[in-house]
Ligand binder design. Structure first.
Ligand SMILES: Nc1ncnc2c1ncn2[C@@H]1O[C@H](COP(=O)(O)OP(=O)(O)OP(=O)(O)O)[C@@H](O)[C@H]1O
Length: 781
């Protein structure tokens, strides 16, 4: 047996040794977990038996409350304990299958003995000797594996930097506790393992990458320098992967103080959420919260408006080219996402602090209670030195005071008598109970008819006025729609305070009348939704969520300056990690991406930027091809994984095109996922109709929330963030992908391919492909 085989045998013996220990621990832990679970079930069942309930007087009631609280706390402690035990149990089960994926040997300066460190998804300690048999990949010492080749190395431990020499770096592929592969490697993270991982077929669930995290990705994962981390990386460079492993890292590092629900990830669409949902559980962690920006918009605005989603906007831009408003709409989308529009709104806000706020009349039973003019003059009577949101708060208090006076007046009115007469049995019962309660505290006699009537009047008026109070408290007395409309009725030059408007006056007027028309129908275009919200929150004060500590934004190039400003206000305590790729900026506000505006938006914040230039998703021939599609993508470095060159097939008509596609899809059936990527949802629907009788194929639309195996037809903008074994571009002709506006969309679609890329075209292929050197692809007829 050679020395390598000898070493492998010893490693296997170590695994067997550890496995026995884990098995024993597993039995003990299962028992413990089950006992705690039984305790919790019994506590829940007997909750009320274990507390003494006595509400006879205030002292007894407060003792009862304390007793309930104590019991609830005890239960919650046990539940928390159970959660942790359950997690440990899961981790042990996982370690049974794959105890670790790497070993490093480290000789610390000044020490004589080389320490062998084994890295797995969780730490495992020998209970008898307290020796670390496995180190969690997130432990400080584990960073040696990701950051260094053999030779001098160091890591930051809690007590300071530890220096020494790395003398061995070994990787394992272990399945069912048996070594399937073992590589000793000199360079940072060996190619063999990465080759093996990347060569596998796609999965409908993204996988964790802890065994093969690359050095530059590790910088993203462990970065803790500032409040704002910006990651700009090529398609397939591992931005999403790095983000998810970073979440796992943070949950480990701050495990005493950070919970998964205090981390929030903004993702591009619902299907993406399903695609990534297994990564953290695979790493033994709970998932963070996931949302889309649209969900936030709807939460805040759907009560008053029909809010357009980004996909509908995108679809319009892609397909409605013959619509009369098309050009204006494009200008509208672009301008309203720009920094200048934010400046304009900020000026407008200043203007509103002096004049121009619009309010609704406050009406009750079809009678004017307080007119909008009265509210306005009250607002402007308050000193300008107080901020607008605080002035609005003062107005709110004043209005509530006025309502109190009105309430007293109303009680005497005839409608109240009528209401009392027509009270239903249930309502009467409801008031009766309330009155009885009052009787107890005031010692009054309930049979005093006059008093009963008076109380009933009071309650009836209060109940009827309650919606008015609610409206006032929620500041719905502000006419936000009108105030947003005013932006398009005022002179933009005045609003910009001298700054030159980036649109010609003609276009501005077109945009204005178009916007006003849409608003009239209570519709908010996607490009108006966030500016509207921004304006509103600046007037009434931002609603804040202080519990979120980390916010991650994936596909960050798709967010506008407004969206960043909004997110920043909404989560004042959060650190932001922003991951994007300008080459994949596909929305209407393309060139005015919020990423550019970020540093202006956060002038006081230290921002760290990390650039990821190496791309891992696709084979080398695919990356060499796709990087030629855009000038700005040329510097991307492909990971060296072999494959066949992309294929370009031009057809004269649609029948031939469809026939060709069917043939290819059938040819690629050994793969798990084959995507026919269309430019728009409109095109995808047509293609689906044509193909569904001849192929087993599923249509993906914006409502799809699962990523399934098999053949799919999908619009390019919904394929963002995900990947397929095979990508077939349905029609990459110049007619479809010829314009400047869709070149990023085409690039995004092509970069979804892991192993095979085929571009069909009805007629001449896009000039983007024409620009790629011929030797980088194969032309088939
Ligand atoms: N270090 C790594 N080890 C193994 N696989 C990796 C590594 N880095 C990236 N990958 C794989 O490369 C693919 C692309 O990664 P990911 O989706 O995270 O990239 P991305 O930068 O978010 O891509 P895009 O912007 O194109 O959506 C995934 O399959 C991922 O598992």
């Amino acid at each position: 047996m050679d020395s390598f085989e000898e070493a492998k045998k010893m490693e296997q013996e170590r695994i067997d040794f550890i496995l026995n220990k884990i098995k024993a621990d597993l039995i003990a832990l299962t028992e413990k977990t089950s006992t705690v679970k039984t305790d919790i079930v019994s506590m829940r069942k007997n909750f009320w038996e274990d507390v003494t309930v006595n509400l006879d007087d205030a002292v007894e009631a407060s003792e009862t409350a304390a007793s309930i609280k104590q019991q609830a706390e005890f239960l919650s402690e046990q539940e928390h304990r159970h959660k942790h035990l359950h997690r440990d149990l899961n981790n042990l089960q996982r370690l049974m299958d794959t105890p670790y994926f790497a070993r490093i040997d480290f000789l610390e300066n000044g020490e004589q003995v080389i320490e062998s460190i084994y890295l797995g998804i969780a730490s495992y300690i020998d209970r008898k000797t307290d020796e670390f048999l496995i180190y969690d990949w997130r432990a400080p010492i584990s960073s040696l594996y990701y950051d260094y080749s053999l030779g001098q190395a160091e890591f930051k431990a809690p007590g300071g930097t530890v220096k020494g020499e790395l003398t061995l770096k070994r990787q394992f592929i272990i399945k069912n506790a048996v070594i399937k592969g073992m590589f000793d490697t000199g360079i940072t993270i060996g190619d063999e393992l990465l080759q093996e991982v990347l060569g596998n077929q796609s999965n409908t669930q993204m996988k964790s990458i802890v065994a093969t995290i690359q050095q530059e990705q590790n910088q993203v994962i462990r970065n803790e320098k500032g409040k704002l981390l910006i990651v700009q990386g090529a398609a397939g460079s591992g931005k999403t992967s790095a983000a998810l492993q970073r979440v796992a890292y943070l949950l480990y590092k701050y495990r005493e103080t950070l919970e998964a629900e205090e981390i929030l990830l903004f993702s591009p669409n619902l299907m993406f959420n399903s695609y990534i949902r297994n990564v953290l559980p695979e790493l033994g962690e709970e998932n963070m919260q996931q949302t889309t920006f649209q969900q936030y918009l709807e939460h805040f605005l759907a009560k008053d408006f029909e809010v357009e989603d980004p996909f509908t906007q995108m679809e319009y831009i892609l397909t409605a080219t013959s619509d009369d408003n098309y050009d204006i709409r494009r200008y509208s989308a672009k301008f309203k996402s720009s920094f200048q529009y934010m400046t304009l709104i900020n000026h407008y806000l200043k203007h509103l602090s002096e004049e121009g706020l619009v309010f609704h009349d406050i009406i009750f039973r079809e009678e004017l209670l307080i007119s909008s003019e009265q509210i306005k003059s009250h607002f402007y009577s308050i000193s300008k030195t107080i901020s607008t949101p605080n002035r609005i708060k003062l107005v709110t208090d004043w209005l509530l005071g006025e309502i109190k006076k009105i309430e007293k007046r109303e009680r005497k009115k005839a409608w109240v008598d009528e209401e009392i007469q027509y009270l239903s049995k249930e309502e009467y019962q409801f008031y009766y109970e309330k009155l009885s309660k009052q009787k107890r505290f005031t010692q009054d006699t309930f049979d005093d008819y006059e008093r009963e009537q008076e109380m009933l009047r009071k309650y009836v008026v209060k109940r009827h006025l309650s919606p008015v109070r609610k409206l006032i408290k929620s500041q719905a007395f502000l006419n936000m729609k009108k105030m947003y409309e005013q932006i398009f009725e005022l002179d933009p030059k005045t609003l910009l305070g001298g700054e030159t408007l980036n649109l010609s006056m003609d276009i501005w007027e077109g945009v204005s009348s178009f916007t006003l028309k849409v608003l009239k129908r209570d519709r908010l275009l996607y490009e108006d939704a966030t500016p509207f919200l921004y304006l509103k929150e600046k007037i009434i004060g931002f609603q804040v969520n202080t519990s979120v500590k980390y916010v991650f934004i994936d596909e960050a190039q798709d967010y506008s300056a407004f969206q960043y400003a909004f997110i920043n206000h909404l989560f004042p305590n959060a650190r932001l990690t922003i991951l994007g790729d300008m080459n994949q900026a596909i929305y209407a506000h393309n060139s005015q991406s919020g990423i550019d505006a970020l540093k202006e938006l956060f002038p006081d914040v230290r921002a760290e930027t990390i650039i990821l230039t190496k791309s891992y998703r696709s084979t080398k021939p695919i990356i060499e091809f796709t990087r030629e599609l855009l000038e700005s993508a040329k510097s991307i470095i492909p990971f060296n994984r072999d494959g066949i060159k992309p294929i370009v097939i031009e057809k004269d008509n649609q029948e031939d095109l469809l026939r060709g596609i069917i043939e290819k899809v059938k040819y690629f059936q050994q793969y798990k996922t084959v995507a026919i990527i269309c430019q728009s949802a409109q095109e995808a629907e047509v293609v689906h109709k044509k193909l569904q009788s001849q192929l087993e194929v599923q249509l993906v639309d914006k409502r799809s929330n699962e990523y399934n195996e098999g053949n799919v037809i999908i619009p390019a903008y919904l394929a963002k963030g995900i990947e397929f074994d095979v990508v077939i571009i349905y029609d990459g002709s110049d007619e479809v992908y010829g314009s400047e506006q869709v070149k990023n969309l085409f690039y995004t679609a092509c970069t979804r391919a892991m192993h095979e890329l085929v571009i069909f075209s009805k007629g001449n292929i896009s000039s983007l492909v024409e620009n790629v050197p011929n030797h980088l692809y194969t032309k088939e007829s």
